[in-house]
Design a protein around this ligand. Structure first.
Ligand SMILES: Nc1ncnc2c1ncn2[C@@H]1O[C@H](COP(=O)(O)OP(=O)(O)OP(=O)(O)O)[C@@H](O)[C@H]1O
Length: 613
C-alpha cells in the first residue's frame, strides 16, 4: 500500500511539475463533473413525478435540469479528455527522460552487468507508455469514485439502506486488484525469459548475425528456443490471469445479488406508497449507473495497479545502490604522476569470485605498458577500472598520490582517452561519429580532420560519398555502412580527439585492422606529439605479442592475477609464461614488423619503478 501511495505521489508530482495548470484543472474538473452527473437522476425524478402528479412546472424543471446536466457532463468530459491526453503525453515524456538519466547518468557502469538491474530496466522500458497511463488512470479512478459518491448520496435520500450498496463492490475491487498483482508478479518472474526471447528475436533478425545463422542453419533452433522462452513467461501470465478471472467473476456475482435486492426493496416501497414513481426511476437509473461505474472501476483498478507497479519498478531503478557513488568529491588532480593500483580487485555484480585481483601495480607516468594474457584473464576489466568505469571492489587506485575514489570521476575521465575492445558504432554523420570524442569540438571540422589524420583514418572518410558529412550506419536509409576495420579506425580517431590526455587506453586497438593499418597505427603512437615531460601513460591490451614487445613494461595477467611483469627481454630471460606465449606467437606469425612505441626510447622512461605484489 505504501508503495502504491508513493508511486501515485510521484506520478502526480511529475504531472504537476510538467504542466501545473492543466494538472490542477484535470484533477479538480474530472471528479467535479462526475459528481454533477448524478443530478441527471434528480432531473429525471422531477420529470416523472411531475408527469404522474400532472404538475407541468415540476415536470418541465426536471426536464430542463436533465438536459442541462447532460449537455454539461458531455462537454466537460470532452474537455477533460483533451486536457488529460496532453498531460498523459507530457508525463510519459518526462519519465522517458528520467529513465535515460537513470541508465546513463550513474558515475559507473557496473549496473549494466547486474541481471536484476537489467531485468527491471527491461520491464520499465517495455512498459514506458504506462507512466502517462498511470496519471490518466489515477484521474479516471478519482472521477469514478466521485460518481459513486454522488450516486450513493442520492440513493440514500430514497432509502438509507441503499447506501450500503457500494460495500458490495469492495470484494470485487479486491479481486481485481489481486488479479492485477498476480499478473504483475508473473511478468516480473518471466522477465528473464522475456529478455531471452527478445535477444533471440534480435539474433534472428540482426544482419550482423545473418551469415552465421544461415551457415550453421540456426533458424529453426532459434525459433524453437524463442517458442520455449515465450512458453515459460506466457504460462505464468496466463495462469495468473485465469485464477484472477475466477475471483473477479465471484465478486461480480455478489455485487449483482446486492443490486437486485436493493431494487426489490425500492419496488416494495413504491407499491406500499412510501416512495414515488420518480424515486423508483431515480434508483433504477443510479443502479444501472453503478453497474457501469463498477465495470469501469474494475477495469481501471487493474490499469491503475499495473501502471503504478511500473512506477514502483522505476522507483526501484531510481533507488538502485550504485557502488562508489560519493557526493562532493574533489575536482583537483595533479597534472602528472604515476598511476598506482594498491590491492585492487573487481567482482562483477552477482559473481562469487573477483574477475580481477587483488593486484598491486605501478604504472609510471609517460610509460608505455602492455597488458597481455589469455582470454578471460581480466585485461579489459583492468582497462575499465583504469578508465574509472567501475569502482574497485577492494583496494584503491591513486594518481600522483591522490586516491581516485576521492576525485570526481568526470574529472578523471576528461584526462583519459580510450579505444575499447567493444567500441561503439555511432550511427551519426561521419564528423560527429569522430567528434563525440570531444563534445566541445564536435563541430570543429579541422579538429576532426586532424584526429582522423593522426589515427590513420582519413582514407575511410575520404571514400565516403559526402566525406565528413556522410551519414553512417544502417539506421537511416541514406546511411553508409562500414566494415569492422573502418568502424575501428573511426573509434581510433575518436580517441585522438582528446589531444592532451594523461592516460591513453587501447584495448585491442588493432583487432579489426589489416597488418598494414596496424603497423601504421603503431607508428603513429610512436610519434611524439608532446614533450617528454607531459607524455601520456599509454596502456595497450593486445594478443599480438610481437606488436607490444618494445613496451616499457609488460604485465602478464592470468585468471585475474599478475603472474609476471617487466620489459620484454627480462621476461624472455625468465623463461616463464610470457616467454612461452611469445615463442608460440612468433612461431605462428613471425617476429613481424611489430613493436609498439617504447615511450622509453622517446622519453627515457624505464620500468624500474614498477612493482607488483
Ligand atoms: N559482465 C560480466 N559479468 C560477469 N563476469 C564477467 C563480465 N565480463 C567479464 N566477466 C568475466 O571476467 C573475467 C575477465 O574478463 P575480461 O573481459 O576482463 O577478460 P579479457 O582478458 O579482456 O579477455 P579477452 O582477451 O577475451 O578479451 C572473465 O572470466 C569473464 O568471464
Amino acid at each position: 500500500m505504501r508503495n502504491w501511495l508513493s508511486a501515485a505521489r510521484l506520478v502526480v508530482g511529475v504531472a504537476v511539475r510538467a504542466d501545473p495548470r492543466r494538472a490542477v484543472l484535470v484533477m479538480v474538473f474530472v471528479p467535479l463533473f462526475n459528481i454533477v452527473a448524478a443530478a441527471q437522476a434528480l432531473g429525471l425524478r422531477g420529470m416523472v413525478d411531475g408527469a404522474v402528479a400532472r404538475q407541468v412546472t415540476e415536470a418541465l424543471t426536471g426536464g430542463l435540469v436533465l438536459v442541462l446536466v447532460t449537455v454539461f457532463v458531455h462537454q466537460a468530459s470532452a474537455v477533460a479528455t483533451d486536457l488529460r491526453q496532453v498531460l498523459q503525453q507530457r508525463v510519459g515524456l518526462e519519465f522517458d527522460r528520467r529513465l535515460m538519466t537513470l541508465c546513463s547518468g550513474p558515475t559507473h557502469i557496473s549496473h549494466y552487468h547486474d541481471p536484476e538491474f537489467l531485468d527491471t530496466a527491461e520491464l520499465v522500458r517495455q512498459r514506458r507508455t504506462e507512466f502517462g497511463g498511470a496519471f490518466a488512470a489515477l484521474v479516471e479512478n478519482a472521477g469514478l469514485l466521485a460518481r459513486f459518491a454522488g450516486a450513493v448520496a442520492l440513493m440514500a435520500i430514497v432509502s438509507p439502506v441503499l447506501a450500503l450498496l457500494p460495500l458490495f463492490i469492495v470484494p470485487l475491487a479486491l479481486a481485481v486488484r489481486w488479479q492485477a498483482t498476480a499478473v504483475a508478479a508473473a511478468e516480473v518472474a518471466g522477465a528473464e525469459a522475456d529478455r531471452q526471447r527478445r535477444a533471440l528475436l534480435t539474433l534472428a533478425t540482426d544482419p550482423a548475425a545473418a551469415p552465421e545463422v544461415r551457415l550453421y542453419r540456426l533458424g529453426d533452433e532459434i525459433a524453437a528456443r524463442h517458442r520455449a522462452a515465450f512458453a515459460v513467461s506466457a504460462r505464468r501470465r496466463e495462469s495468473a490471469r485465469t485464477r484472477g478471472a475466477v475471483a473477479v467473476a465471484a465478486g461480480w456475482l455478489l455485487f449483482c445479488i446486492a443490486l437486485v435486492a436493493g431494487l426489490y426493496l425500492v419496488t416494495r416501497s413504491v407499491l406500499a406508497g412510501t416512495a414515488s414513481a420518480g424515486e423508483a426511476v431515480l434508483v433504477l437509473l443510479l443502479g444501472t449507473r453503478l453497474v457501469g461505474a463498477t465495470i469501469g472501476l474494475s477495469w481501471l483498478i487493474g490499469w491503475l495497479r499495473r501502471a503504478l507497479h511500473t512506477v514502483a519498478l522505476y522507483q526501484r531503478l531510481a533507488g538502485y545502490p550504485h557502488p562508489g557513488a560519493v557526493e562532493g568529491r574533489s575536482r583537483d588532480l595533479p597534472e602528472q604522476g604515476d598511476l598506482v593500483l594498491d590491492g585492487v580487485s573487481f567482482r562483477y555484480p552477482g559473481e562469487a569470485t573477483p574477475a580481477l585481483g587483488p593486484i598491486d601495480l605501478r604504472l609510471p607516468a609517460g610509460a608505455t605498458v602492455a597488458i597481455v594474457g589469455d582470454n578471460g584473464a581480466g585485461k579489459s576489466t583492468l582497462v575499465a577500472l583504469l578508465a574509472g568505469l567501475y569502482p574497485p571492489s577492494t583496494g584503491r587506485i591513486t594518481f600522483g598520490g591522490q586516491d581516485l575514489a576521492q576525485v570526481d570521476p568526470d574529472v578523471w575521465r576528461t584526462r583519459v582517452t580510450a579505444v575499447f575492445q567493444d567500441f561503439c558504432r555511432f550511427e551519426l554523420l561521419a564528423r560527429e561519429s569522430v567528434g563525440v570524442g570531444r563534445l566541445s569540438a564536435i563541430d570543429d571540422r579541422e579538429a576532426v580532420g586532424r584526429a582522423l589524420e593522426s589515427a590513420g583514418a582519413a582514407t575511410v572518410v575520404g571514400e565516403l560519398p559526402a566525406g565528413l558529412d556522410s551519414r553512417l550506419g544502417r539506421t537511416f536509409p541514406d546511411g553508409t555502412d562500414l566494415s569492422s576495420g573502418q568502424w575501428q579506425k573511426l573509434a581510433l580517431a575518436r580517441g585522438r580527439m582528446r589531444t592532451t590526455p594523461t592516460v591513453v587506453l587501447l584495448d585491442e586497438p588493432a583487432a579489426s585492422l589489416d597488418p598494414d593499418s596496424e603497423a601504421e597505427l603503431l607508428r603513429r603512437y610512436r610519434t611524439p606529439t608532446r614533450s617528454a615531460a607531459d607524455a601520456p601513460l599509454t596502456v595497450v591490451v593486445s594478443h599480438r605479442l610481437t606488436t607490444v614487445r618494445d613496451a616499457d613494461l609488460i604485465v602478464v595477467l592470468h585468471e585475474g592475477r599478475i603472474i609476471e611483469y617487466g620489459p620484454h627481454a627480462e621476461l624472455i630471460d625468465r623463461a616463464g609464461r610470457y616467454a612461452e606465449m611469445y615463442a608460440l606467437h612468433a612461431a605462428a606469425y613471425g617476429a613481424g614488423p611489430t613493436v609498439l612505441a617504447a615511450a622509453a626510447t622517446r622519453d627515457g622512461v624505464r620500468s624500474g619503478s614498477t612493482q607488483t605484489g
